[in-house]
Ligand binder design. Structure first.
Ligand code: ZN
Length: 286
């Protein structure tokens, strides 16, 4: 799933490839991806792209006052095409969900793998009309997102760090992968309560949050859209690496499974050497 760094890189890539060009065709293939109907997606046709923005994990292509906003969700992706195939795409064949064609013959496809269809496309005059955008918390890479602001967000926050960091209304753009990476960099347990942090720990977590995301953005920047997925995976130190050695201390990276996701962490770096209880596993053993 693309998170802040990958969407930021896509934004850069699309700024280079779309701004100043005219959209000639928007072809929804899987009609369920469209979450708005007024204005229709076809209202985008004949307009010139003026800017590309990011709101958390949402990508926003602006053309003369209209915004084409997409959330790629868990299994969605954007594929750039130097040459789009001739003829209209056939619905129901493969993962293609929507195609955008430019006057130059180039364009991009939005695709979604798997059976859970969560890829979303909105066409709006103001991105704040989209509930998921309207409720976003501050962007952790914004210039004004300082340590004081971060400390205020965590004040009275009763959840565990893993859940708090992933909450888009608290901080925009961090998902399952980068929350694991940030907690590993900060050397904190994912189950630690956010409100229990000392000022020193708050500073450490703030620094880990900013550095982890900034490094990932730096690695992804300038990469073509098609290479971002591999780059994300290769840059991760603990996420998705259960059973592998921790690159910091060499301990074996462990995993806690939930019904629809899993987290990974290093016991030596993060939990004083103690493995966390895997609730699903302990339930099975009862
Ligand atoms: Zn370690």
């Amino acid at each position: 799933m693309p998170e802040l760094p990958e969407v930021e890189a896509l934004k850069d890539f699309l700024t280079d490839h779309l701004v100043g060009r005219e959209v000639v065709r928007v072809l929804p293939v899987a009609i369920s991806v469209l979450k708005t109907y007024d204005p229709p997606v076809t209202a985008f046709e004949g307009r010139e792209v003026t800017a590309v923005h990011r709101h958390g994990k949402f990508l926003d292509i602006e053309a003369d006052g209209l915004h084409f906003v997409t959330h790629l969700a868990r299994a969605g992706w954007l594929h750039w095409r130097d040459t789009l195939p001739d003829g209209p795409p056939r619905p129901g064949k493969g993962p293609l969900a929507l195609r955008v064609a430019l006057e130059t013959g180039e364009g991009f496809d939005l695709t979604e793998a798997g059976t859970q269809k969560r890829l979303a496309v909105y066409v709006v005059r103001d991105p704040a009309e989209i509930p998921g955008v309207a409720r976003l918390g501050p962007d952790p890479l914004a210039d004004d997102f300082d340590e004081v602001r971060f400390a205020k967000l965590l004040e009275g926050e009763r959840r565990q760090l893993k859940g708090a960091l992933r909450d888009q209304s608290l901080i925009a753009g961090v998902g399952n992968a980068y929350s694991d990476e940030i907690l590993h960099a900060a050397k904190m347990s994912p189950f630690k309560l956010a409100s229990s942090l000392t000022p020193e720990e708050t500073r450490r977590l703030y620094e880990a949050l900013r550095a982890t995301l900034a490094e990932a953005v730096e690695r992804s920047r300038g990469l073509a859209a098609g290479r971002l997925k591999a780059e994300k995976k290769s840059g991760l130190r603990v996420h998705g690496r259960a059973g592998e050695p921790c690159p910091v201390c060499g301990d074996t990276i462990r995993e806690v499974s939930f019904s629809d996701s899993a987290l990974q962490y290093c016991p030596t770096c993060q939990t004083g050497g103690k493995p966390l209880a895997d609730r699903r596993l302990s339930r099975l053993l009862k």
